[in-house]
Design a protein around this ligand. Structure first.
Ligand code: SAH
Length: 343
């Protein structure tokens, strides 16, 4: 039997190419995109303005297949964590984060993760495979529907779930194009954030894409030695080379970078760390996002106290580093940063 391709893998231009091959009108591509990405159709039969014969042709070649939702957990703070099953049995987690001003989705890009940061649950089960463009987008479609239960519609996307977006660059970029496309999900580039553990060649490639998408770097270490211990990827892409790549990125794109920085008691929020960060951030316009360590049972780390967190934040501000605090969301359902994992 012919395996049907998932239509969510297609850019608008690729769908137009396919339609031209069939000698169909190209405005049909707009109609199909609107049905899928704006009106929330899960089947071709719902696309009432497409002629029957044409729908049949589409159905022969393509499918739109929602994920099987294995589990949906809702935190006391409204954060919702999904466990989805993919067609081949792989499972992924996706998080919807509602707040008073916006609703955000945290997307996974791989089943599992290769990078083994030693504070993050996502790397514990290893890496299974990359997600397709369709599998990245399907998370958004499910979340968009779920967001209807909240005050604000889905408006912001962060590529901060399981996996490394820059290790699945092609599919990630394609998903961003469709999310950003006016005919697709029509989400402004500035509302999309991609986070990387620091794959230098891909940071350079990303700079050349010419999008206004936000870039976050998971820094976590304050110098080469501390980062080697926390993030094995630092052995391949060392601290100072990463900072240099970030400087180039800012210069080339004229965009700011956000550095994510985990606060681990007695490890990353010491006076020594603050001083090292001051040296490292010389000459780079950036913002820091401090993430208090969320507990992962396999690791022997602790979160600093509230007072320690504020002291460190004030310390950074005093030496000229603008640092915001990311308060944990969804901890009670293990949906906070670093708690998502391969199951
Ligand atoms: N691989 C990408 C995308 C994942 S983002 C990256 O590393 O950027 C997930 C974010 O949560 C990263 O900043 C990650 O370092 C952070 N994180 C991981 N484990 C954590 C934990 N236990 N507590 C708090 N934040 C954590």
């Amino acid at each position: 039997m012919n395996k049907k391709e998932n239509i969510l893998n297609l850019l608008y231009s690729e769908l137009v190419d396919y339609l031209q091959g069939l000698r169909e009108k190209t405005y049909r591509a707009t109609q199909i995109f609107e049905w899928i990405y704006q009106k929330g159709a899960w089947t071709f039969d719902e696309m009432k303005n497409l002629p029957n014969e044409f729908r049949d042709k589409l159905k022969q070649k393509y499918q739109i297949k929602p994920f099987q939702i294995i589990k949906k957990q809702i935190s006391q703070d409204g954060t919702t964590k999904f466990l989805f099953q993919l067609e081949d049995g792989e499972k992924i987690e996706t998080v919807l984060i509602p707040s008073s001003k916006r609703t955000t989705i945290c997307l996974s890009t791989q089943a599992g993760c290769k990078f083994g940061c030693n504070f993050c649950a996502s790397g514990i089960g290893g890496w299974q495979r990359d997600l397709s463009t369709a599998e990245i987008l399907m998370q958004v479609l499910h979340a968009k529907e779920e967001a209807k239960n909240h005050k604000n519609p889905l408006s912001h996307l962060v590529y901060m779930g399981v996996g490394e977006p820059f290790d699945n660059f092609k599919n990630m970029m394609k998903s961003i194009r469709i999310i950003n496309d006016k005919k697709g999900l029509n989400v402004g580039a500035r509302r999309i954030t991609v986070s990387t553990c620091g794959i230098i060649p891909k940071i350079k490639e990303f700079a050349k894409e010419g999008l206004q998408v936000e870039l976050s770097i998971s820094l976590h270490g304050y110098d080469n030695e501390s980062r080697n211990i926390l993030m094995p990827v630092n052995r391949k892409y060392p601290f100072h080379e990463l900072m240099e790549a970030c400087r180039e990125y800012v210069k080339e794109t004229n965009r700011q970078i956000t550095f994510e920085y985990i606060l681990i008691k007695d490890v990353t929020c010491t006076e020594r760390a603050a001083q090292a960060l001051k040296r490292a951030f010389k000459g780079i316009i950036c913002k820091m996002n401090l993430i208090p360590y969320n507990s992962v049972s396999e690791f022997d780390y602790f979160a600093p106290s509230r007072q320690e967190i504020y002291n460190f934040q004030n310390r950074l501000e005093a030496i000229g580093i603008h640092a915001t605090l990311r308060m944990p969301r969804g901890q009670d359902v293990l949906a906070a940063c670093g708690q998502l994992r391969y199951k």
